[in-house]
Ligand binder design. Structure first.
Ligand SMILES: [Zn+2]
Length: 458
């Protein structure tokens, strides 16, 4: 056989052989890889509270590809890669904190575009919050720095209200400067980032003029988003009644509703002032924003008793409220429940209501197809104390705690390891798919043979 003929024969044989191996492999793959179950993650037997869909009962919730796939009275475990028993717990949409300050990390002292703000991920998932709205730390001049520095780098969904002050919430020198309040420029920036900028904020103004409110409404109208007002110093030239009945539009938001700093309370009845009653009739929303100096029991108790409850529960989180009376979103909810809010109302005010206020109806619900942001909450019973800005206390017997938080379909917080297997339990055959339902590393397939330095997270 000459050399050329020999090579031709060899190649033909090799090709035939390879084809045979390939077809065997293909056939065996078909047997070895049955179709995956319909869902990635199943929360079974929890009490679902989904205000938007009028659900307040024990249901199963199935998640697939980061979305809510099904909510039903019985979904079998075999339909999911991973099942978690949520019996005795409440399952709600991921919570939305409508008023926080998270423009942290610029290094600027005494500034909410700096040291007064907190990093969002440290304060959110641990209390069931998956979305926060930064309330005016940045304005049109520094929003893009805020976005690059915090919004784009956080695991929490961070949305923003632009301050009507172009330089944002950087202290009196900036916030009292009427020349830096440009509704037109603010609207243009808001329209450039419609997925992220969800409102306009005016705050801390001390002057007699209506300029900040008027410019904020110009911006909000052009960009078709709401205005949130922290009404600053109480001034007779711009009364609360005029703000809520003339200046703001239906759909705008009055925050710090129980502060008592701007005649929110009727001095005789101790219930809501005429301005509040008329404002609510017109469709202005009222937000808690309890903060460091914006929540008094002497207002909240009689006003809630009178039925004037918040449309949305928010913290006004910053470096002093985080350790003061406010603490966090679930503490705000628990304190309001201690004076009469039902759990169902509290959940609505942290989910569907704030989503509606910022025109983000895609958030704050468990509708099939919605993003799978979920909070699994425990209502603990015991003796608890809740304080206000004057350090007075209300006692309560219930407190909400987050057991599990899911963002975009994946577990991001698990207080008691309810998703984890015991360390010495047999391996879960589905563990290789764990990245479909959790952000936490699964146990390696052969724990004994693993080089620990190669797999340990830093
Ligand atoms: Zn604030």
């Amino acid at each position: 056989m000459d050399w050329g003929l020999m090579m031709k024969t060899f190649r033909r044989k090799t090709i035939v052989h390879c084809c045979a191996v390939l077809s065997i492999l293909t056939a065996s793959n078909a047997f070895a890889q049955p179709a995956l179950p319909a869902y990635d993650l199943l929360l079974r037997g929890g009490h679902v509270i989904d205000d938007k869909n009028h659900i307040d009962s024990v249901m199963d919730v199935a998640i697939k590809d980061g979305k809510i796939a099904k909510v039903a009275t019985h979904i079998p475990s075999t339909d999911a890669l991973k099942t978690i028993d949520a019996k005795g717990l409440y399952v709600t949409p991921g919570l939305i904190d409508l008023h926080v300050h998270v423009y942290n990390g610029t290094g600027e002292r005494n500034s909410y575009a700096g040291d007064n703000s907190v990093p969002p991920d440290g304060f959110t998932f641990r209390v069931g919050v998956t979305t926060v709205v930064d309330a005016g730390c940045s304005g049109w001049k520094n929003f893009e720095d805020f976005k690059e520095r915090i919004i784009d780098r956080s695991k929490t969904r961070v949305l923003a209200m632009l301050n009507i002050v172009g330089s944002g919430m950087r202290g009196d020198k900036y916030e009292q400067n009427i020349a830096d309040m440009d509704g037109e420029a603010t609207a243009q920036l808001a329209l450039k980032y419609p997925q992220t900028v969800v409102g306009i904020k005016t705050a801390h103004f001390g002057g007699p003029e209506w300029t900040p409110v008027e410019q904020a409404v110009i911006a909000g109208t052009k960009a078709n988003i709401p205005v949130m007002v922290d009404f600053g110093v109480d001034r007779p030239t711009r009364p609360l009644y005029d703000l809520l009945t003339k200046k703001l539009r239906p759909g705008d938001i009055y925050t710090h509703m129980y502060s008592g700093l701007r005649q929110e309370q009727d001095p005789t009845t101790l219930g809501p002032s005429k301005a509040f009653i008329e404002g609510r009739k017109r469709g202005v929303y009222f937000d808690a924003g309890t903060g460091g100096g914006s929540f008094k029991w002497s207002l909240a108790v009689p006003m809630v008793k009178d039925g004037f409850i918040p449309d949305s529960l928010s913290t006004d989180l910053h470096i002093s409220s985080m350790n003061g009376a406010t603490k966090d979103e679930l503490n705000v909810a628990s304190k309001m429940m201690a004076i009469g809010l039902s759990l169902k109302e509290a959940v609505a005010e942290m989910t569907s209501h704030p989503a509606h206020e910022i025109k983000r109806e895609d958030l704050g619900n468990l509708s099939e197809g919605s993003v799978a942001d979920v909070a699994v909450l425990r209502l603990e019973k015991g003796h608890y104390g809740f304080t206000d800005m004057q350090n007075t206390r209300v006692d309560g017997t219930e407190k909400l705690v987050a057991e599990l938080t899911i963002k975009d379909g994946k577990i991001v917080y698990d207080l008691n390891g309810m998703e984890a297997l015991l360390w010495n339990a047999p391996l879960d055959p589905n563990a290789k798919y764990a990245s479909r339902w959790t952000t936490f590393a699964p146990r390696p397939p052969d724990s004994h043979n693993t080089n620990p330095t190669a797999t340990l997270p830093h």
